[in-house]
Design a protein around this ligand. Structure first.
Ligand code: SF4
Length: 361
C-alpha cells in the first residue's frame, strides 16, 4: 500500500472544483435524503455533510418542482451538486441550466438516442460529467437471460453499453458505477470493469443495510477495491443518516492509509488485566473529539502490556494502570491521572493542541 498514488491512472473529469480520476485521491460523496423541494432542509443537510467531510452530494430530481429549486440550492451550496435523474431529458437539461456539477442518469431510459444526444451536447458544452449507473436490481432482462442470471460480467456489459450510448453522442466525460448489494459481486464486477475501460469509477455497495451490517458490507466491498487501486469516488450507502455514510467513508480511507481526516482512534479490546473502565473512557474520548478535522492518532489502552507502546506511538494516548491512566503526549508521559478524570483530561489536552495549531495557521 503506497497511498492514493497507487490508484491506477484513469481518465479524469472535473466535478465543480474537484478532480475525479486521473490518480486524484478518491472523493467522498453522499446523497441527501431531504425532499429536494424543501430548499432550507436540503441546504441545512448539505452544510452538515460538508462539515462532516463530504466533498460532493447528490440530489434526487424526480420532477419539475425539484428542478425549479436547483438554481437556488446550487447558488448557496458549499458542495458541488450531482443531479440524479431518471426518465426525463428535460429534467437533465434543466439541471444543467441550474448549474449542477454532474449528472447521474441511465442513458437507456432518458427518452431515446436523440434526447440522449441533446443532454450529452448540453453537458459537454458546460464540461459537466455524466455518471452512468448500473444496479444489479435493475439489470436489463435481456442481459440476465443471456448471462444466465445477475453476474459480474452482465453488470459490466450493461455499464459499457450505457457508456457506449454516450460515446456515440461524442461524449467522453463519463463516470461509471455498477452496484450490487452483494460485496462479492460488486468486487468482481468492478475488477472486470477496471480492466476494460479507463473511465473514472464511482464505487459502493448499494443497499448495504443498517448498523454494523451495512458498515461491514461497505468496508469489505469498498475497502477491497480501494486496496487494489480501484475507485475514484466512493459512496457508503447506509440505511442511516447520510452523515454516518461520510464518517464511514473516511474510516475506510484512513484504514487503508489512502486519506485521513480527523482522529484515528486506537483502543484495546480489554481483558483480565484491565483495571480501569476502558470502554467508557474510550467512548467518551471518541465522542468528544469526533468534531476535530486534524489527522491525529489517539490511543486509549487498558494496561502496561501494549498500552505504553501504543500510547507513545500515537499523537496522544492513555495507558491504564490500577485505577489511573498515564497520559501521553507526543511520545512522552505528561502526567498520571485518576481513571475517572482521564478522558476529560485527554480531551482537554487534545483540544488545546488543536486550538494552538489553529492559531498558528
Ligand atoms: S492492552 Fe492490556 S488490557 Fe488491553 S487487551 Fe491488551 S493486555 Fe489486555
Amino acid at each position: 500500500m503506497g497511498g492514493w498514488s497507487t490508484v491506477k491512472k484513469r481518465r479524469s473529469v472535473k466535478v465543480g472544483n474537484l478532480t475525479m480520476g486521473g490518480g486524484a485521491p478518491p472523493i467522498v460523496q453522499s446523497m441527501n435524503n431531504t425532499l429536494t423541494t424543501d430548499v432550507k432542509a436540503t441546504l441545512n443537510q448539505i452544510e452538515a455533510l460538508a462539515r462532516a467531510g463530504c466533498e460532493l452530494t447528490r440530489l434526487a430530481v424526480p420532477d419539475r418542482a425539484a428542478a425549479d429549486v436547483l438554481p437556488e440550492i446550487v447558488r448557496n451550496s458549499p458542495l458541488p451538486i450531482v443531479a440524479d435523474i431518471h426518465f426525463s431529458a428535460d429534467l437533465a437539461l434543466r439541471s444543467l441550466e441550474a448549474g449542477v456539477s454532474k449528472l447521474r442518469i441511465n442513458p437507456g431510459n432518458i427518452g431515446g438516442p436523440d434526447k440522449l444526444r441533446e443532454v450529452a451536447t448540453a453537458a459537454a458544452a458546460l464540461r459537466v460529467p455524466i455518471r452512468v449507473g448500473v444496479n444489479a436490481g435493475s439489470l436489463e432482462a435481456r442481459i440476465i437471460a443471456e448471462e444466465g442470471g445477475v453476474t459480474a460480467h452482465g453488470l459490466v456489459r450493461s455499464a459499457l453499453e450505457a457508456a457506449r450510448l454516450l460515446e456515440e453522442a461524442d461524449f467522453r466525460d463519463i463516470v461509471i458505477s455498477l452496484k450490487a448489494s452483494s460485496p462479492a459481486l460488486t468486487i468482481a464486477a468492478y475488477r472486470e470493469l477496471a480492466g476494460r475501460c479507463d473511465y473514472p469509477l464511482h464505487i459502493g455497495v448499494t443497499e448495504a443495510g443498517f448498523g454494523s451490517t451495512g458498515l461491514i458490507r461497505s468496508a469489505v466491498g469498498i475497502g477491497t477495491l480501494l486496496a487494489e487501486g480501484i475507485g475514484d469516488t466512493l459512496r457508503v450507502s447506509l440505511t442511516d443518516d447520510p452523515l454516518a455514510e461520510v464518517a464511514a467513508a473516511w474510516d475506510i480511507l484512513a484504514a487503508l492509509g489512502l486519506r485521513r481526516r480527523g482522529p484515528t482512534f486506537i483502543s484495546c479490546p480489554t481483558c483480565g488485566r484491565t483495571q480501569v473502565d476502558l470502554v467508557r473512557t474510550a467512548a467518551e474520548v471518541k465522542n468528544a473529539l469526533a468534531h476535530i478535522t486534524e489527522p491525529l492518532t489517539i490511543a486509549v489502552m487498558g494496561c502496561v502490556v501494549n498500552g505504553p507502546g501504543e500510547a507513545r506511538e500515537a499523537d496522544f494516548g492513555l495507558a491504564g494502570g490500577k485505577d489511573f491512566f498515564a497520559l501521553f503526549s507526543r511520545g512522552e508521559v505528561l502526567e498520571k491521572v485518576p481513571a475517572e478524570r482521564a478522558a476529560a483530561r485527554l480531551i482537554e489536552v487534545v483540544n488545546e493542541y488543536v486550538a494552538g495549531k489553529a492559531s498558528e495557521a
